[in-house]
Write a protein that binds this ligand. Sequence first.
Ligand SMILES: [Zn+2]
Length: 117
Amino acid sequence: MHEMSIAASLIDIVKEEMAKHGATRLLMVRVRYGRLTNIVPEALQMGFEATCLEAGIKDARLELEEVPLTVACGGCGETFTPEHEDILYMPCPRCGREFAHEVLTGRELFVDHIEAE
Ligand SMILES: [Zn+2]
């Protein structure tokens, strides 16, 4: 389950940021993740809690925000969000082209916000 290692690097980033700002108590972390990262939010929450426990962090919240998938059509350039989750079948609403689209959003995974004191 790759959420455990994501949670571990997440906490590493948070610790680094907190050290930079002299903060000692973590309150909240917000992470934005794209549709295509295959992250299971529940698994990441569990991984986050387990990692916090190990790191001695108490009562910190993890907020997860999903970034939808958007692509630009390889044929006509139309930007759209596919109706289906299937990355291999995404017909363009304008010209009907089904493949070779450019993925614009949906692959991101980053710490959006940290609240600490
Ligand atoms: Zn098109």
